[in-house]
Design a protein around this ligand. Structure first.
Ligand SMILES: Nc1ncnc2c1ncn2[C@@H]1O[C@H](COP(=O)(O)OP(=O)(O)O)[C@@H](O)[C@H]1O
Ligand SMILES: [Mg+2]
Length: 380
């Protein structure tokens, strides 16, 4: 799959941008704060239906404007699809999207229209950051291949907010615990059902992702390092217990165990919003014990695994967005990444502050762009 044209209107620092990308390598250079990351963010928005950095839609509007628009054409084996997203802060609904000219009723329906893998210096957070970062890593991938998953995440968040509001209300009331539990039950049943779908899907995806990451890591380290991915259910530190059991029953039990705590804190202490993913090298947690170099290689292996994962799911490689990462990788890892991209004919958008010689194979098409204060220009 590849992105052929992109059009941004009043998005971040772009008043009007029109760009045609080649299916090969697109090298985007520009000094700091000119709009390279904004461009990448705008493209990734089409894949996940929101900005990946913590920003509300209003903040994405060019300062002083009232709405933004992102339009793109994506090409895959079946042909060309037009994708469009518009956000207007004064309209209701504020956000509208269409794919192939058909208006979407839910943002999650964007799933699969443009699949992409994003690799930026922030990606290190998958290993070094909080569990939230690792859940996002999973969620952004899974929602791109499964509309249902995106729906479940949306539904789960809503249910969770409602349950938490009720917990806060019930907590201080002079009622018996049994009565409080009774009042929560209707939410809890739905939360458990929705939560178990989410966990089951995550487990299924990790099962596919893990061997791909392992293969990539072994390749990157000449067979020396074995990377392992494991899903950690928050309420029991051992996934095997969860695996043997049906996940819904497991969650129901977790609910039972933490009901007092839930009421005391006014928030739900169990469920997929508290789970984690561990990344280990030969049994040793990479976050706690890995060297900087091992962590970098680990992230690179995860990114390569994502590319293969998408291909396994959809039959096509996704678009690869490399925002400012080349300078972070040493020469050896850079070379391995570029070899991979070359071999597999993956479309790639690479941003950097300086144009660099990438030692690309000649057969790969390359286009070069310069970004300057929210304007982009092709150059040869
Ligand atoms: N909503 C917005 N409207 C206008 N400019 C913005 C908006 N959000 C961010 N910017 C500007 O975009 C610039 C950062 O662009 P960015 O893409 O991160 O740069 P870089 O080229 O270094 O990746 C900042 O200077 C910031 O002022
Ligand atoms: Mg940047």
């Amino acid at each position: 799959m590849y992105l052929s044209t992109l059009n941004l209107k009043d998005y971040r620092n772009y008043r009007q941008l029109e760009c045609e990308f080649c299916p090969g390598i697109n090298m985007i250079t520009g000094a700091n704060a000119q709009g390279k990351t904004n461009l990448i963010e705008g493209i990734y928005y089409l894949s996940i239906g929101k900005a990946y950095r913590l920003a509300k839609d209003e903040q994405l509007i060019l300062w002083g404007a009232k709405s933004f628009q992102i339009k793109a054409s994506a090409e895959n084996r079946r042909g060309r699809t037009n994708i469009e997203i518009r956000y207007h802060q004064e309209e209701k609904p504020a956000k509208m999207a269409s794919v192939g000219g058909l208006r979407l009723t839910k943002m999650e329906e964007l799933s699969g229209a443009l699949t992409s893998v994003l690799f930026s210096p922030d990606s290190m957070a998958i290993i070094k950051g909080s569990p939230q970062e690792r859940r996002n890593f999973l969620d952004y991938d899974i929602s791109q291949i499964s509309f249902n998953y995106g729906r479940n995440i949306y539904k789960y968040k809503r249910l969770l907010a409602q349950r938490n509001a009720l917990l806060k209300k019930l907590g201080p009331l002079p009622l018996r615990l049994e009565d409080k539990k009774e009042k929560l039950l209707i939410w809890d049943q739905q939360l458990v059902e929705c939560g178990s779908h989410i966990i089951e899907k995550r487990l299924a995806v990790i099962e596919k992702l893990a061997p791909l990451a392992r293969l990539a890591q072994r390749k990157l380290t000449a067979g020396k390092e074995n990377i392992e991915l494991n899903y950690v259910l928050c309420h029991k530190n051992n996934i095997d217990e969860g695996k043997d059991k049906d996940i819904a029953a497991f969650l129901m039990e977790a609910r039972e165990d933490s009901i007092k705590e839930d009421l005391r804190c006014g928030s739900t202490q169990w469920g997929p919003h508290r789970d984690d993913l561990t990344v280990a090298l030969d049994g040793v947690n990479l976050k706690q014990y890995g060297s900087q170099g091992q962590q970098r290689t680990g992230v690179l292996a995860l990114k390569l695994a994502e590319l293969e994962f998408f291909r396994g799911e959809s039959g096509e490689y996704p678009l690869l967005l490399l925002d400012d990462v080349m300078s972070e990788l040493d020469e050896n890892r850079q070379l391995q990444l570029l070899n991979f991209i070359n071999e597999k004919s993956i479309q790639c958008l690479i941003t950097a502050t300086e144009a660099r010689n990438l030692n690309l194979r000649e057969k790969r098409q390359i286009k070069r762009f310069l970004v300057d204060k929210g304007k982009i220009e092709e150059f040869r």
